[in-house]
Ligand binder design. Structure first.
Ligand SMILES: Cc1ncc(C[n+]2csc(CCOP(=O)(O)OP(=O)(O)O)c2C)c(N)n1
Length: 392
């Protein structure tokens, strides 16, 4: 869906000058349309971009390559604003579409796993990404410090001149509070976005009450001890770790869109009950996994779609389940999963999980919001070994 002039409502202060400067670079190079998918490190930049340009919210980065190709074919000037994880997943489309047809594609990439990274799972990709682009013949423009921000405009310019893809790798360093200028520079200070306005009332038959993801996880926790549990990336892992940690939990810390796929693979290979705690953003990125959920033969798989209507872990930017009233349970049924249920309260979750067998797809609608809980205190290999030992 295209948007303009709609902020997500994050607090914007005088200490966000570098975000303004990035927007200015894009505006100076006459970018008109931006395909976006959020990253936590650019959560203050996204509302400013949305205010200034036509924005298209995408739920999978690769789709943005196609959208930008269509926009460029129409003679307009598109760009993408995404996380580096997603930039790595779109190489086929960039090579076979953008490069092959000689289309412009400036990609402004939040470069994770590179600078003061708190999430270890980001590091293997962040380290190799420039080499991956180099091997593919895609020009990269590293933006390491605030002094490099002018290079963003140069990168955009080159993408339109060539024309072709250019990967502008923006280090999170440039958006750190201490990297922000204290006084206004020569560039004009952009107006901060207005608080989020309610979108047109979506067609929604299910309530999104006061329950948050953490309340839903707390309601599930007493039932999960015997099950193998796979948890979606980000804050869901932290929240499960706070109230239901155990060797039966596989925290999937790095691969958005993969939790249900891991669960299907697991459920087909063990007799135990497998529960996936997935998210709306994740399922919207890879809805085709619902084919395999539907085809899974045994009755030992439950995908719980915790639908908070947002990319909660990156700053609660709304997803289409909230803005368009897309009902994930109806989507699951359309894929042929007959055995579905819905809960919108902790009591509703309790009522469903206290009876066996559990449904194959449980849609849980919640309000957005993240609990303030610590990170998962384990590295990937520890999580893997602990889980595999428990499965024996
Ligand atoms: C390919 C890719 N694109 C973007 C991201 C950044 N990212 C990490 S978590 C997340 C939000 C996930 O939202 P959802 O699945 O709804 O779970 P929630 O955090 O709301 O519980 C995003 C966009 C990523 N990790 N990988």
């Amino acid at each position: 869906m295209r948007h303009r002039e709609k902020g997500y409502g994050q607090a914007q202060g005088k200490d966000r000058m570098n975000e303004d400067r990035v927007v200015q670079q894009m505006g100076d190079r006459a970018v008109d349309t931006v395909a976006t998918l959020p990253c936590d490190r650019i959560k203050h930049l996204i509302p400013l971009v949305r205010r200034r340009f036509d924005c298209i919210d995408i739920s999978r980065e690769e789709v943005g390559v196609g959208l930008c190709a269509g926009i460029a074919l129409a003679g307009k000037r598109p760009a993408m604003l995404i996380q580096s994880t997603g930039a790595a997943t779109l190489l086929n489309a960039v090579c076979s579409l953008t490069v092959y047809y000689g289309l412009p594609l400036p990609m402004l990439i939040s470069w994770r796993g590179h600078y003061r990274e708190g999430i270890e799972a980001q590091i293997p990709l962040g380290r190799v990404l420039p080499g991956v682009f180099a091997a593919a013949g895609i020009e990269t423009v590293p933006v390491e410090t605030p002094e490099d921000i002018h290079r963003i405009g140069q990168g955009i310019q080159r993408a339109f001149e060539r024309p072709g893809p250019v990967a502008v790798l923006m280090s999170p360093r440039i958006f750190e509070p201490e990297a922000q200028p204290t006084v206004s520079g020569p560039e004009t200070r952009l107006q901060a976005p207005e608080p989020a306005r309610p979108t047109a009332t979506p067609k929604r038959e299910k309530s999104r009450g006061s329950m948050k993801r953490f309340d839903a996880i707390r309601a599930m926790a007493p039932h999960l001890g015997d099950a193998a549990v796979v948890v979606n990336i980000g804050v869901p892992c932290k929240e499960v770790c706070a109230v239901a940690d155990g060797p039966n939990v596989f925290y999937m810390l790095g691969s958005l869109g993969m939790a249900s796929a891991i669960g299907v693979g697991l459920a087909g290979s063990v007799r135990r009950q497998v529960v996936v705690i997935d998210g709306d953003g994740s399922l919207l990125m890879t809805p085709n996994i619902l084919e395999q959920v539907a085809a899974h033969p045994a009755g030992n798989l439950t995908v719980v779609a915790v639908d908070n209507g947002a990319y909660g872990s990156t700053g609660n930017q709304p997803t289409v389940t909230a803005t368009q009233g897309i009902d994930l349970e109806r989507l699951a049924r359309a894929y042929g999963i007959g055995d579905t249920a819905w809960a919108g309260t902790p009591e509703g979750i309790e009522a469903i999980l206290s009876k066996r067998p559990w449904p194959r797809f449980l849609h849980v609608t919640t309000a957005p919001g993240n609990a303030s809980v610590p990170n998962v205190p384990m590295a990937g290999e520890e999580i893997r070994s602990r889980f595999m030992d428990w499965l024996q």
